[in-house]
Each structure stands twice: as C-alpha cells, then as structure tokens.
Design a protein around this ligand. Structure first.
Ligand SMILES: NC(=O)c1ccc[n+]([C@@H]2O[C@H](COP(=O)([O-])OP(=O)(O)OC[C@H]3O[C@@H](n4cnc5c(N)ncnc54)[C@H](O)[C@@H]3O)[C@@H](O)[C@H]2O)c1
Length: 386
C-alpha cells in the first residue's frame, strides 16, 4: 500500500486525498488550520456516506477508507510517505518554506509534487536538496470527478520519477498529459481565449452576454457559455488566472484581461457563489439569444473558436505538449466537445487562418496574429492529423 501525504486540506487537497484514499492508499492530510482539517474531514465523511447510499461503494469500503486517512497538524507524521502532494495557498515563498520542511522529514526517494496552477514549477526547485524527485502534478477541480491531470517535469526531474508518477495517476484512474513548465501549462493557457475573446466581443458591443453564451453552447456545442462558466469558476479565480498568465507571458496582448471582469472582482460580484456576476442568480438565466441574427451568431462562433485553435496551434509550435496531449487536455480538463486541432482540420486550416488574418488586419493588433504553425501547415498543405 502506497502512503501519500497531501499538504493543504482546502478545495484541492481534500479532493486529492479522497482520490488517493479510494485507490488503496494510506493518506496523511496536513493543514496549518485545524478548522480546515475539520472541514475536510466532515466533507469526506459526507461524500463517502453519499457514495454508499448510491451503491457506488460498500459500507465496508467506506470504513476502510476512513481508517486509512490521518488528519495531521505536524509534518513529523509524513516521514513514511512515498509521495507528497502540496496543495496549499498559491504563494511562492510559503510553498518554498513548506518544501524545505517536507524535505527535512521524508526519505530521499519520496516524490514531492506541487499542485500549483499558476506558479512556475522551476521557481520552487532552487533550494531543494533533491530537485530530481520534484515535479508538478496539476489536478482539476473537483479532483475526484475531473479525469485530467497535467504532469509537469522540470529540467532536473528524473525520468523515472515522471514514470512512477504517471503510473500512480493511472492507477488512480486519471488521464495524464505531460506539459512544459510554462504559464497556464496546457489547459489554463489554451482556454484563455474562450473567456477573453468573448469579453472582447462584449466590450466592443458586438453582442450581449446571453447571445454570446447561447452561440457557444448551441453552435459551438460547449457545455457552458463563456460568461456562465466565468461566473461558475468565480471571478476571483478566473480573472486572477488570466492576469497571471498575461503578466507571465510578458504582457503579450493575446492574454490581456478585461475591465468588464475586473470590476466584478473589485465589487465582490464573484459569480454564482455570491449570487451575482455577469448574471443575476436570483432570476432564471436566459435561454434564448437576445439578438437573433444567424450570420452574427456564426461570426461570433468562428471568431472565438479561431482564437482557441490559434492558441492550441501555438502551444504545439512551442512544444508545450504533444498534439495528442493538447487534444486530450481540452476535452478531459475543461470538457470541450472536440479537440481543437481536430476541429481545425475539420473546418479547414485556411478558414481559421483567414479569420485570424482578417481580424489581425482589421484591428492592427498583435493579439490576432496567426500562429506560425498554421501558416507552415497551410504552406505544406498539411493537417494536424492525417
Ligand atoms: N481551486 C482550483 O480550482 C485549483 C485547481 C488546480 C490547482 N489549484 C492549486 O491548488 C492549490 C490549493 O488551492 P485550493 O483551491 O485548494 O486552495 P484553498 O484555499 O481551498 O486551500 C488551501 C489550504 O492550504 C492551507 N494552508 C495555507 N498555508 C499553509 C501552510 N503553510 N501549510 C499547510 N497548509 C496551509 C489553508 O489552510 C487551506 O486549507 C493552489 O496552489 C492552487 O493554485 C487550485
């Protein structure tokens, strides 16, 4: 039986602990806050109880899981861990201090991973004693339900450590992709235009929020529209990810945030969880587009999709991940109806390129520059997948 230590028992840590526990691991869940640990304990017990009620697990399994988790407030207890997953507050200096304390306790073979969404994994390894056993293991929220995990090796991570991590995650039923340590990794980078281009269309007054959401759901086949999804994720999370990626990309205008979202964050209108974001949740959400104009609908859809495909093409061009992993990541990490590169092949690379090029010429903004890879593929009359 593997022993896993999860550091931080908040949203992600408690979810990761549940996944490990339900795959025959012994789990030590650590937090500096007793309150957070108690909340995690209550949540886990309720979740397991519901799974028994739904006949997803037996009463005996539930009891075994509950016996195999230890809620701890001292790191002394993690010394037997085979893998430590850190999921504490997104603050580099606090994370680095925590890794120092972890390294002082665990064996030199123990794998140490960070679940960071937005910090560079490399920024955490400089003071490590054994950086070769350190990597990023990035789960999606909610961890027990979302199949995707991005694995992010550093320049110093041993290949055997990467393989052991992949094997373990596969045993946990997860779908893994390997990402280069760059801002947003795969999913949080490629998904940016879904929000930012929708915001741009809204900011320009091309269409209103219900129309844009309707288009992306009904023409695009996305489960949620961009504004609904931003409201669900919460503007405290979604805006901050956008701003972080933008800054870390040296202010590339492709990733520029929008004031329309910033003001919601400033006002504490964080979305569904506060009852008000782009939508007012005391009223039913609109189900029809305000503007009923088929050619406008098509323009909105193709503009947002082209920007998404451009981002996927650029991620491939810059070797952020393999083309297969880029396709898997967007379908399993954010439930996109199709892989973006396959979608490009289906619509024709020329269609996407022409859309981007005409936006680029019209706006005279670097934001719309087509990926060099699209150009190369078109010149060679190639598709992404043959
Ligand atoms: N929430 C998401 O959707 C999401 C998705 C993927 C990755 N992440 C990443 O996972 C990490 C955790 O995010 P979260 O949403 O679970 O946060 P959270 O605020 O829900 O939980 C963080 C927990 O860490 C604890 N903590 C803070 N400092 C600590 C310390 N020094 N030692 C031990 N515990 C400490 C807090 O008490 C809290 O319980 C972050 O790095 C975040 O970027 C978040």
């Amino acid at each position: 039986m593997k022993t896993i230590a999860v550091i931080g028992s908040g949203t992600m840590g408690s979810g990761i602990a549940q996944v490990a526990l339900m795959h025959q691991c012994k789990v030590f869940l650590y937090d500096i806050s007793e309150n957070a640990l108690q909340k995690a304990k209550n949540l886990l017990e309720q979740t397991l109880f519901k799974l028994v009620e739904k006949n997803k697990i037996t009463e005996q399994q539930k009891n075994t899981y509950l016996q195999n988790i230890f809620y701890i407030t001292t790191l002394e207890d993690i010394k037997t861990a085979d893998l430590v997953i850190e999921a504490i507050v997104e603050n580099l200096s606090i994370k680095k201090q925590t890794f120092k304390e972890i390294e002082n306790r665990v064996s030199s073979e123990c794998i140490i991973a960070t679940n960071t969404s937005s910090l560079s994994v490399h920024s955490m390894i400089r003071e490590l004693k054994y950086p070769q056993r350190f990597l990023g293991i990035h789960f999606f929220n909610p961890a027990p339900l979302m199949p995707l995990v991005e694995v992010i090796p550093t320049l110093l991570t041993d290949t055997s450590i990467v393989q052991q991590s992949l094997d373990l995650l596969h045993n946990w039923g997860k779908t893994t992709v390997i990402a280069k340590d760059t801002p947003g990794f795969i999913v949080n980078r490629i998904a940016r235009p879904f929000y930012s281009e929708a915001l741009r269309i809204y900011d320009e007054g091309v269409a209103d929020i219900p129309t844009i959401d309707w288009v992306m759901k009904n023409i695009g086949g996305f489960k949620m529209g961009p504004f609904e999804l931003m409201d669900l994720i919460g503007h405290d999370v979604n805006y901050v990810v956008t701003e972080t990626v933008w800054k870390q990309m040296y202010y590339d205008p492709k990733y520029k945030p929008s004031h329309s979202q910033k003001i919601l964050l400033d006002a504490g209108l964080l979305g569904k969880k506060t009852g008000r974001g782009f939508y007012d949740y005391s009223k039913p959400l609109p189900t029809e587009p305000t503007i009923k104009d088929n050619s406008l609908h098509h323009k909105i859809f193709i503009r947002i999709l082209s920007m998404l495909i451009n981002e996927a093409a650029d991620a491939l061009y810059y070797n952020i991940a393999s083309k297969e992993d880029i396709e898997i990541a967007m379908q399993k990490g954010v439930n996109y109806p199709k892989g973006l590169l396959h979608w490009a092949d289906e619509l024709g690379l020329n269609t996407i390129y022409n859309e981007l090029q005409s936006l680029y010429e019209y706006y005279q903004e670097d934001r719309y520059r087509p990926s060099v890879l699209l150009k190369k593929k078109i010149n060679k009359q190639e598709k992404f997948f043959e």
